[in-house]
Design a protein around this ligand. Structure first.
Ligand code: BTN
Length: 270
């Protein structure tokens, strides 16, 4: 691994070109979780746009209390502090634009056909390459801050995949047959995200759902969704403004599934 490919704050900031996201970058070799550190910093008043990165997390966290496993120096492990003046019900739009930004950035940097699996996994060739964990603190009905954690599996040969995720995950280097600059990809994610984030701050959210749907690997497909107490089989029709998935089940009824309730979603063969 060359020194140049280490995720150092100065290299991440060099030529970044954003105004808000990444204006301060704090890079760690090893920490518990970039989300944990960013949550502490945000609670202590650290400014919006601050980015925390790590080469290795000892307690990387995924959605629904799952672990996020990434061998050292193979991935983008990054958390952003955001302080949008938006209401609680608008917060889901941040998660939607994050998946769109990651998918666009992967497409731009690698030309791989990245798609989004509901709610916010980014997939390449039906395997997961990126996950997003958004954690929020509120004040009444307003958002106080959001910590947006992004993990992307970039340079990881199949032989080094943790066995727990072997069947469902992939890396960009495996799909491409060569390595990818994590810094170039992270910078592109920040640029793609900022373009959309400034619109959310101005409450201009019209395009968000359309953009998300244009990259969706889920809408229009037969799906099986595991919820805490039941399984739903049906046809994924759409998402609504809160990011919930609308599924038509065999009785013809349309069910609205909240992202936080979905334990697992499988796209079935049509
Ligand atoms: C998921 O798909 O379950 C979400 C995974 C999010 C992982 C990232 S890695 C950087 C940040 N720090 C964490 O502990 N989790 C997120």
């Amino acid at each position: 691994m060359s020194k140049l490919d280490l995720m150092l704050s100065d290299e991440i900031k060099a030529g970044l070109g954003t105004r808000i996201l990444g204006r301060e970058v704090i890079s760690y070799a090893q920490i518990s979780s970039t989300n944990n550190v960013a949550l502490e910093l945000a609670a202590g008043g650290t400014q919006e746009g601050t980015l925390v990165t790590a080469e290795y997390q000892t307690f990387g966290r995924g959605r629904r209390k799952r672990k996020w496993l990434s061998p050292a120096r193979t991935s983008i492990l990054a958390s952003l502090i955001l302080r949008p003046s938006i209401m609680l019900h608008e917060a889901q739009s941040i998660v939607l634009i994050s998946a769109v930004a990651v998918a666009h950035a992967i497409r731009n940097v690698t030309q791989l056909p990245a798609l989004i699996k509901w709610p916010n996994d980014v997939m390449v060739n039906d395997r997961k390459v990126s996950g997003i964990l958004a954690e929020m603190r509120t004040e009444g009905s307003m958002v106080k801050f959001i910590v947006l954690g992004i993990g992307v599996t970039v340079n990881l040969p199949r032989s080094r995949f943790p066995k727990e995720i072997m069947d469902v995950a992939t890396s960009l280097s495996h799909e491409l047959g060569h390595g990818v600059s994590r810094i170039a990809l992270l910078q592109e994610i920040l640029r793609q995200l900022e373009q959309r984030y400034v619109k959310i701050k101005e409450h201009k959210i019209d395009n968000i759902i359309a953009e998300w749907k244009a990259l969706s690997a889920t809408i229009g497909r037969q799906v099986r969704i595991t919820l805490p107490r039941r399984i739903i089989n049906g046809h994924a029709l759409d998402i609504d403004e809160s990011g919930a998935l609308l599924v038509r089940v065999s009785t013809g009824e349309i069910q609205r599934i909240m992202a936080d309730d979905a334990v697992q979603l499988r796209v079935m063969q049509d």
